[in-house]
Design a protein around this ligand. Structure first.
Ligand code: UGA
Length: 430
């Protein structure tokens, strides 16, 4: 069992679970997808895709024959030797990861059909979790179960490409044969596969996300200094990026990082360090810089408009980044709340996130397009660098807005073009 073309189980059909299951199917495997949300499972059976991810709907359709959906855990353990766990591990109030969904799966194992199983952890879990779970499985002698850590490095918006063309695959295990079986699932991709111990695999995930978040907070601070001294952070980043030791990715300054991963994982790593008695000073600063960065636009607006009371501000983009409808920890939410707190009226437009925004950002007038959002506004703030914003209808915007002011929170627009159209333009460190 367990080779390619065998059935593979996927528990937790959220964003990571659905993408991973679909891509494993694309590699030729049959995948049994299980989620406790029976309504979601029914919609998936009917071909409805609960998330916005470019190319996902098409790939699910292409591999429909190889994807089964069920709300019953036994279905997975009856049919599959290799069972992935991709349930969410949201942050608790302390910043630790909430593992209740992982433990719910573990506690149902004694009732599952017998046979050898390999549990593969895709969810991001604190360093040490795999060791503890393996120890517990051995202690309770629950059937024959091996545990493997296989962290995910998918980015929302480009998850399918990231899965099928990864930089590396990390497999942590105390059972070499189980690790090898999981590695075999990925061999076709012909990419580096790093076989490690459990804690090391878990740490690679946290350290990678924390490093990328550090890169962003670093360039954001450089941008803030550039603002003061009149340098251009975009060109500074370009100049730094040519140095191969630095690399040119993740050096876009802006109004802070968001999403379901960086904020959660950076805080969790700080907490993991703290729980073990080590104060991770650098990460404390990374988090603080990011929080302040989300608010920087407010001061830029005040510089041009004076008090924001009764001013109308249009937000262009709400999602935490383009090509997703995800609003979790989006900078837009903090910014909108800050503006409302300062007495401004806030209007917003996002190409895909509007249906979800009604719940996430209360008090904001949600609009159907850019022109309705900027109508009567004193400033427009570009929050998410959606492709369609590259070609803003500048002439009509100028007519509709009360003040021709554009704050580019992602350094995405062409300043010369915006100024030539009669606007005051301000970026972040530009
Ligand atoms: C991130 C990692 O990039 C993935 O490798 C990882 O698998 C994933 O978290 C996870 O742990 O599940 P994701 O959250 O989808 O992926 O988004 P990113 O593309 O990494 O962007 C995160 C945030 O950083 C966004 O708000 C984005 O706007 C911001 N960002 C990114 C910047 O402000 N500047 C940059 O140069 C790059």
């Amino acid at each position: 069992m367990g080779s390619e073309k065998e059935k593979i189980g996927m528990i937790g059909i959220g964003y990571v679970g659905l993408v991973t299951a679909t891509c494993l199917a694309e590699l030729g495997n049959r995948v049994v997808c299980m989620d406790i949300d029976a309504v979601k499972i029914e919609s998936l059976k009917n071909g409805e895709i609960p998330i916005f991810e470019p190319g996902l709907a098409e790939l699910i359709e292409k591999n429909r024959e190889r994807l089964d959906f069920t709300a019953a855990l036994e279905d997975v353990f009856k049919q599959c030797e290799i069972v992935f766990i991709a349930v969410d591990t949201p942050p608790t109030f302390t910043g630790d990861a909430d593992l209740s969904r992982v433990f719910a799966v573990m506690s149902s194992l004694p009732g599952m059909p017998d046979g050898h199983h390999i549990l593969v952890m895709k969810s991001t879990v604190p360093v040490g979790t795999g060791g503890k779970i393996s120890g517990e499985l051995n202690r309770q002698k629950i059937g024959s179960i091996d545990y493997v850590s296989n962290p995910e490095f998918l980015r929302e918006g480009s998850a399918i490409g990231d899965f099928l063309n990864p930089d590396r695959i990390v497999i942590g295990s105390q059972a070499p044969e189980a690790g090898e079986k999981v590695a075999r699932l990925y061999r076709k991709l012909d990419k580096p596969i790093l076989m490690t111990g459990l804690a090391t695999a878990e740490m690679i995930k946290y350290a990678s996300n924390a490093f990328l978040a550090t890169k962003i907070s670093f360039i954001n601070e450089i941008a803030n200094v550039c603002d003061e001294i009149g340098a251009d952070v975009s060109v500074v980043a370009e100049g730094m990026g040519y140095d191969q030791r630095i690399g040119d990715s993740f050096l876009n300054a802006g109004i802070g990082f968001g999403g379901s991963c960086f904020p959660k994982d950076v805080t969790a790593l700080k907490q993991i360090a703290g729980n073990s008695g080590y104060h991770f000073q650098l990460l404390t600063a990374v988090i603080e810089v990011n929080e302040l960065q989300k608010r920087r636009v407010v001061n830029k607006l005040k510089k041009h408009l004076g008090t924001l009371t009764d001013k109308t501000i249009a937000l262009l983009g709400l999602a935490f980044k383009p090509n997703t409808n995800d609003l979790r920890e989006a900078s837009s939410i903090v910014l909108a709340s800050r503006l409302l707190g300062d007495g401004a009226y806030v209007k917003a437009y996002d190409p895909v996130a509007i249906p979800d925004a009604a719940r996430a950002v209360r008090g904001v007038l949600l609009c159907d397009d850019v022109l309705s959002a900027v109508d009567g506004s004193d400033a427009a703030v570009l929050v998410t660098e959606w492709d369609e914003f590259a070609e803003l209808p500048l002439a009509e915007m100028k007519q509709r807005m009360r003040h021709p002011l554009i704050i580019d929170g992602r350094n995405f627009l062409d300043p010369d073009k915006i100024r030539a159209a009669g606007f005051t333009y301000e970026g972040i460190g530009r």
